[in-house]
Design a protein around this ligand. Structure first.
Ligand code: AMP
Length: 432
């Protein structure tokens, strides 16, 4: 399949080839012709599949067919994303793919001054990429009119629901004209996503690439059992001995991310932390330093890392396993992107046995265990209280940070029975 068989205009094909893409990814090959028809689409695709171009290219094509000539330009396409980083990246894609078209785009998200956004909106914008909170701020300040939106995209809808954005989404939907095209992208399909899509989409075409909740096949995954107290040393050892130059490391908490980045720095590995408490400037800088190679290790929490687009990221380390099994899939989706090979390493301590069992159930397979010589877990180690799943949305604030570490105390009603709210439903429906 070639890009020029999908029905895209010459201007878009030129932009695509300037990006260096030679052929469409599976999601692009399936989604682009459908979206060009103007129908609603429900797409199951995780990040790394090329989904952004999958909706951006046909969206640009459709808008450019009736591009306005000057005058006031109402927002005609709205893309909602869960995080600032993802909004920024989608907006970069819109700009890159639309560079040969007379369309204007803007991106709005919180954490930065609202005034330049107001000016941009006043000048007129065809395509608006936004996070829900700041979007509604503009609506309440009457600096934004959504009554002319023709195409709505919900990107990473599952994560938007996880982050508690459902009410904001509903408020936004109420502001849009009834007749419009809706595109919903989600990596996973929970009952909540099904409810949202039932209410939102009109006879959607269902597009799925790769199996649901399946980790990307190009990622090699391995688990290193290790004592909790030895994790940092093992991580430094792996980075050094295997000469990893660009490593994304996940921790469960912001505090843990900060501490680990500082400790790795002391070990001589240049590191930065990225999480919800950092200012937008600090997050952008950390990401830029990481991408440019100035910083070798980027330590991140799940929500901060959501949507990070780093080309050919070779190594992802789960320093701590996520409380929510689906987050494992999102995390390792940072590597092995668009067909590149990647390696995902998980450091597993005794208290995380339940978490890994839940992850393996979701993946429908066992991951290989490899003990690293010199870091053998103590066979007589006292079993610690197990880390259990967090209870659904609890402990997450609106900006996506997690307020609690989700650490179980052994007496938790969710310990050991595999029935954490929300998350168990995800895996059940995925197994159905
Ligand atoms: P996404 O899933 O949209 O986050 O895209 C993942 C990565 O794949 C991004 O770095 C894109 O630039 C890249 N990409 C998107 N489409 C293609 C393509 N057709 N060929 C090669 N790389 C692509």
């Amino acid at each position: 399949m070639l890009f020029n068989e999908l029905g895209l205009s010459a201007e878009l094909l030129r932009a695509v080839s300037e990006q260096g893409y030679t052929q469409p990814t599976p999601i692009q090959a399936k989604a682009i012709p459908e979206i060009l028809k103007g129908v609603d689409v429900l797409a199951g695709a995780q990040t790394g599949t090329g989904k952004t171009a999958g909706f951006t290219l046909p969206l640009l094509h459709r808008l450019s067919e009736t591009a306005p000539k000057g005058g006031h330009r109402p927002v005609r396409a709205l893309v909602l994303t869960p995080t600032r980083e993802l909004a920024a990246q989608v907006s970069e894609s819109v700009r890159a793919y639309g560079k040969n078209l007379p369309l204007r785009s803007a991106v709005i998200f919180g954490g930065v001054s609202i005034n330049p956004q107001i000016s941009a909106l006043r000048r007129g914008v065809d395509i608006l990429v936004a996070t829900p909170g700041r979007l509604l701020d503009h609506v309440s300040q009457k600096t934004l009119d959504l009554s002319k939106v023709e195409i709505l995209v919900l990107d990473e809808a599952d994560r938007m629901l996880d982050m508690g954005f459902i009410h904001d989404i509903k408020k936004v939907l109420a502001l849009l004209p009834k007749a419009r095209q809706n595109l919903l992208f989600s990596a996973t399909f929970s009952d909540e996503i099904k409810r949202l899509s039932d209410g939102l989409l009109n006879k959607p075409v269902l597009i799925e690439v790769a199996r649901r909740n399946t980790a990307s096949e190009t990622v090699e995954q391995v688990i290193h059992p290790v004592d909790k107290g030895n994790k940092r040393k093992l991580l430094s050892y792996l980075i050094g001995s295997e000469n990893w130059q660009q490593v994304l490391v996940f921790t469960r908490t912001k505090h843990g991310a900060n501490r680990l980045a500082q400790q790795l720095d002391k070990d001589g590995l240049s590191s930065a932390a990225i999480h919800g408490n950092k200012s937008q400037g600090a997050r952008t800088r950390a990401l830029a330093d990481f991408k440019s190679g100035k910083v070798r290790v980027l330590v991140a929490t799940d929500i901060a890392a959501r949507g990070l687009d780093i080309d050919q990221l070779p190594h992802v380390v789960n320093y701590e396993l996520p409380n929510v099994p689906e987050d494992y899939v999102h995390r390792i989706g940072r590597t092995g992107r668009a067909g590149n090979e990647g390696k995902a390493v998980s450091l597993l301590s005794l208290d995380e046995n339940k978490l890994i069992r839940d992850i393996e159930r979701l993946l429908k397979r066992q991951l290989p265990r490899e003990v690293v010589a010199g870091f053998e877990p103590d066979p007589n180690a006292k079993p610690e209280p197990e880390v259990t799943r967090s209870r659904g949305n609890q402990g997450r604030n609106r900006n996506g940070g997690r307020a609690s570490s989700g650490r179980g105390n052994g007496n938790s009603p969710y310990a050991g029975n595999g029935r954490g709210r929300n998350t168990s439903r995800h895996s059940r429906s995925a197994n159905a």
